[in-house]
Design a protein around this ligand. Structure first.
Ligand SMILES: Cc1ncc(COP(=O)(O)O)c(C=O)c1O
Length: 503
């Protein structure tokens, strides 16, 4: 196995590392077991002062490792010791030149990626089906979004990736753009042509930023889609907690090449992360990296076998279909992460929201998220054959329930809102900082939205600060709500009212 030679600024710390090692976990273990009187944060003092209900839930051992930035534990914002070593091992395992550990999720990585590449008034190309963290990045940086509509499957009502042609055309219209961002894969596991988009983007000598929140596992199995970095991305952000074994919020940002200044990434991350990073989260990144580097291939091979079996069996159940690679590949859908299962339930006369509720409450199966017509399931190396059996059984039962056919009403689709064109009137930052007024929803038509309005999951805003509130957007939101979806991001999640910019 290749050795990482630590590029330490402190020569006495220089060590040879290999992927068997877990430097952060080892240091944490040593600190947790070293006898001493703790006069530092956190206040529970290695579990001695922990409240009983939490101790009952978690046990006491975990609190011994819930430590602060002690001398032997390095510093997340100026890493020179065990954090640096763990990050270097991760860079090697994921194929990056440099890697940063994140403790505020991919959310903070995406914000930092935009902050590091765009200042106020700079333009950035990004898909309209971007995650709300990118909108937060636009607000923080003052960058101007040049939204590109993704390829859209009108039969399934699923937005895929933006296409190389669309990126090329946006770059021709806006040659002064500072960066391009794509979502790869989408929440549904759909991958666009990242390689072609990287080539086009690099012709303008600007970086390609990839929101790879759902693709951390790609680097560890050859039959999965090509990882963003291998396809030429300059920067990728991955939620290690979503598809690998890290704890919730533990994510990673990777960099390669010289189009982005690593120091700007470090500075930007200091704006969006806590100065008291959780070592439990950091250690979980160290562990997840080691697990994948050592056993990733066999674990993911087994996961794919389980996913394939589930895909085949569920597709054979009456009234159901499973999202698969189209027979004729399209530029917005060139590959699929087969560990992601999107099951269309509209053939049973059910919405995804209702099916999710029945599966969860009555059949003991919980999905990742639902939409109007589908349910999406994340499969990982943590799933067992028994899970898959339960999933297939649950869908068999759901199909046999023979729900009454629903009144065939034309649904308002994602397409109806976004194919109208770019409706950004003022920058998301300007809209965020301009005073707003709260109006009954019906009176907000044609006004400029003052907040993010977002069905969650998947966390793709239907309205964002700075966009015109259209009739179609309002009707779409109402439809999601009446069919059982949850709206977040805005002050009034019941959507009786909405905040609009006050001029
Ligand atoms: C496409 C996409 N990007 C970014 C994020 C943010 O990731 P995190 O939850 O790690 O902050 C999400 C979260 O669901 C997402 O779906």
């Amino acid at each position: 196995m290749k050795l990482v030679i630590r590029r330490s600024p402190l020569p006495f710390l220089s060590v040879m590392l290999n992927q068997n090692q877990t430097p952060l976990i080892d240091a944490l273990k040593a600190c947790a077991t070293r006898p001493h009187a703790p006069f530092y944060t956190p206040g529970h003092k290695r579990g001695q002062g922990i409240a009983q209900p939490l101790a009952d839930l978690l046990g006491k051992a975990v609190f011994g490792a819930d430590l602060t930035e002690l001398a032997d534990l390095d510093n997340l914002f100026a890493p020179q010791g065990v954090i640096q070593q763990a990050q270097e091992l991760a860079a090697e395992a994921f194929g990056a030149a440099q890697t940063w550990f994140l403790i505020n999720g991919s959310t903070c990585g995406i914000e930092a990626a935009i902050l590091a590449t765009c200042g106020t008034g700079d333009k950035i190309i990004l898909p309209r089906n971007v995650h709300s963290s990118a909108i937060a990045g636009l607000i923080l940086s003052g960058a101007i979004p040049i939204f590109v509509n993704p390829e859209y499957d009108a039969v399934l009502d699923i937005a895929h990736s933006i296409t190389p042609t669309a990126v090329k055309s946006a770059l021709q219209q806006h040659p002064d753009v500072k960066a391009v961002m794509i979502v790869y894969p989408t929440y549904y596991g759909v991958c666009g042509d990242v390689e072609a988009i990287a080539q086009i983007t690099h012709q303008y000598n600007i970086p390609l930023l990839v929101d790879e929140a759902h693709g951390s596992h790609f680097a560890f199995y050859p039959d999965l889609p090509t990882p963003g970095l291998a396809a030429g991305a300059d920067l990728t952000v991955q939620s290690i907690h979503k598809t690998l074994g890290a704890m919730t919020q533990a994510s990673i940002l990777h960099l390669q090449g010289n189009r982005i200044d690593g120091d700007r990434i470090s500075k930007a991350l200091q704006l969006v992360q806590s100065t008291s990073p959780s070592y439990l989260l950091l250690a979980s990144l160290d562990a997840a990296r080691q697990q994948m580097a050592l056993y990733g291939k066999q674990l993911l091979s087994r996961t794919l076998q389980l996913a394939d079996a589930a895909r085949t069996r569920i597709s054979q159940i009456k009234g159901l279909s499973v999202l698969d690679i189209p027979q004729v590949k399209s530029p917005g859908f060139v590959a699929l992460d087969k560990t992601r299962l999107t099951v269309t339930v509209s053939g049973l006369g059910l919405t995804g929201f209702t099916a999710e509720e029945i599966l969860d409450e009555k059949l003991g199966v919980t999905a990742e998220f639902s939409s109007l017509q589908h349910l999406t399931f994340i499969l990982s190396h943590g799933n067992t054959p028994a899970d898959i059996e339960k999933l297939v059984q649950a869908f068999t039962t759901l199909s046999q329930m023979n729900p009454p056919p629903q009144e065939k009403k034309r649904l308002i689709l994602w397409d109806d809102i976004f194919m109208l064109g770019n409706s950004v009137q003022i920058s998301p930052r300007e809209a965020f900082f301009t005073p707003t007024e709260t109006l009954p929803l019906e009176e907000t038509r044609d006004r400029i939205c003052g907040e993010i309005v977002c069905p969650y999951p998947p966390g793709i805003p239907v309205l964002m600060p700075g966009e015109v509130v259209t009739t179609q957007a309002l009707e779409y939101l109402r439809q999601i709500q009446t069919m059982g979806g949850f709206i977040s991001g805005c002050a009034d999640t019941s959507l009786q009212t909405l905040k609009v910019v006050k001029f």
